[in-house]
Design a protein around this ligand. Sequence first.
Ligand code: KIV
Length: 262
Amino acid sequence: MNVQDFQKKKHDAVPISMVTCYDSWSAALIAETEIDCVLVGDSLAMVMYGHDSTLPVSVQTMAAHTAAVRRGMPEKFIIGDLPFLSYRKGVEVAMSNVGKLMSAGANAVKLEGAAGNLELVHHIVESGVPVMGHLGLTPQSVHQLGGFKVQGRGEQAADKLKKQALELERAGCFALVLEAVPAEVAADVTQALGIPTIGIGAGPDVDGQVLVLQDLLGVNTSFRPKFVRTWMDGSTLIRDALQAYHRDVTSGQFPNGQESYR
Ligand code: KIV
């Protein structure tokens, strides 16, 4: 997968599959699948570090996780997420942070929102770095939005979302994440754009889907929003395996002769 393939898939109406990934061992598993691309999302602040928002994660942490994912998957297309405020302190700081994610192994970067970002998107793209946009529920603006809420409801909000999507396309984004927007709004934006939309909680009429890996594997029991489907009951499987390990250790059944050196 490369940037041109995103365009081609939209053109050919072939849905794009994207998943988040934060570490090397899950990257190595994803590398063995046909999943198109991977996002090292700043959601790792919540999923991996237990924060209640994405705000506390630094560029250094994002770069370290991007490098770990790249070591696990040498070939796949990786998008590195620019974290909170890392692209809002002037072009020089933003470009230095873009450089950190790209040096760590990303093929592209993602940033949230359109307002105040259009010139920067243009500059990053002109510098040779593909940019993925992100509209709708933009978690870095959780305080401004008043919580993790569906966005783009009502005619005015839907029109604003579409206008911003078109602006990001014009600025040079190669794809756009639409998060937590009504399916009809996402469909309308998708139709209006030449670049592919990747939905999360945005219904079926987009050009691709993204989910957080831990959500689709069912290991995150505390977070089950309406839009998440689980393809495995990961929390039960992992808990049962750990309990069985404990049982075998404490009952003296592990290790046995074959599991011991002579
Ligand atoms: O950080 C993230 O995981 C994301 C996805 C939810 C799109 O931005």
